[in-house]
Each structure stands twice: as structure tokens, then as C-alpha cells.
Design a protein around this ligand. Structure first.
Ligand code: SME
Length: 151
């Protein structure tokens, strides 16, 4: 499915009634994981700004030990500090990377802004080397803009 076709489905999930925010976030993870072949792990992390840590929220894919990540650590932790998208075409080329599984070859993390504050991020792992393009970044920014309306 194309990103343009996925956008209205994301909007439908966000605006669905009688579901909690976490159920919506999980449904978005499921949609993206099922619809994009190279999205093999899809999840949200949320920031605790006092503790300077990220906390795993709803996700789809292999279970991870990394449910709490300090700001600055790994790709996720760096995005918590930089406020910028981070595309990693090949995780083996990264020094500051937290490996979840040897099957993961690449990763993209896009920050989630609410009222200009970076409150978390969407994190996607792929089993393929270098699959992410600017189209993925624009799409994931769109997803996060929709998700931001839930906060
Ligand atoms: N690889 C991430 C850790 C989180 S997992 O991908 C689920 C990182 O380096 O921050």
C-alpha cells in the first residue's frame, strides 16, 4: 500500500471512537507493520523530561529489553536530544546504537512534537539495509502530526 493510501487509514484510527489512546497507537503500529514490507518493528517511545529517559509505549514486533532508554543513548536517545529525524541506513556503521536483535539492519526515528515540545518518537526497525527514503520521513512526520492531536 502507498503512503498516500495509508494516510486516511491513520486518520481513521486517530479519530475512532471508544478506543483509548494506547489502543490507537497500537493500531497505527499494526497498520504500518502490516502495510509496509520493510517496517519490521514499529513502536512509540515517550519522554520523561525530568528523568531524561524514554519509555517504550505501544509497539508491534519482537519483544525488546530496551523499555527505558536514557536521553543521548542509542538512536532513540539521540533523537530525544537533537529533535531531528534520524535515518540509519546500516546500523552496523553506528557507534551509538542499541541493538535489539541481530536481524535489524536499519532504523528510522522521527520525533513527535506536541505544542513544539518533543514528547517522544516513532521508531521503525527494518531487516533490510538502506530501505528508507525521504518519502518515509514525510509519511512518518504526517503520522506523528496526527498522533500529536491525541495529546
Ligand atoms: N535501536 C534503538 C533501540 C530501540 S529498538 O530499536 C526497539 C536505538 O539505538 O535507540
Amino acid at each position: 500500500m502507498t503512503f498516500e493510501n495509508l494516510k486516511p487509514l491513520v486518520v481513521a484510527i486517530v479519530s475512532s471512537e471508544n478506543t483509548t489512546r494506547d489502543e490507537k497507537l497500537l493500531a497505527i503500529c499494526q497498520l504500518l507493520n502490516e502495510s509496509v514490507e520493510y517496517y519490521n518493528w514499529v513502536g512509540f517511545y515517550f519522554a520523561n523530561h525530568e528523568a531524561q529517559t524514554l519509555h517504550l509505549g505501544p509497539y508491534v514486533g519482537a519483544e525488546t529489553d530496551h523499555t527505558v532508554i536514557p536521553f543521548g543513548k542509542g538512536i532513540c536517545g539521540q533523537v530525544a536530544v537533537s529533535n531531528n529525524n534520524f535515518v540509519v541506513p546500516d546500523v552496523s556503521a553506528q557507534d551509538n546504537y542499541i541493538a535489539c536483535s541481530f536481524t535489524v539492519k536499519s532504523e528510522v526515528v522521527v520525533p513527535l512534537f506536541v505544542g513544539g515540545v518533543n514528547i517522544g518518537q516513532i521508531d521503525i526497525d527494518s531487516h533490510v539495509i538502506d530501505p528508507f527514503t525521504e518519502a518515509d520521513e514525510r509519511f512518518l512526520e504526517y503520522v506523528n502530526e496526527q498522533v500529536a492531536t491525541l495529546f
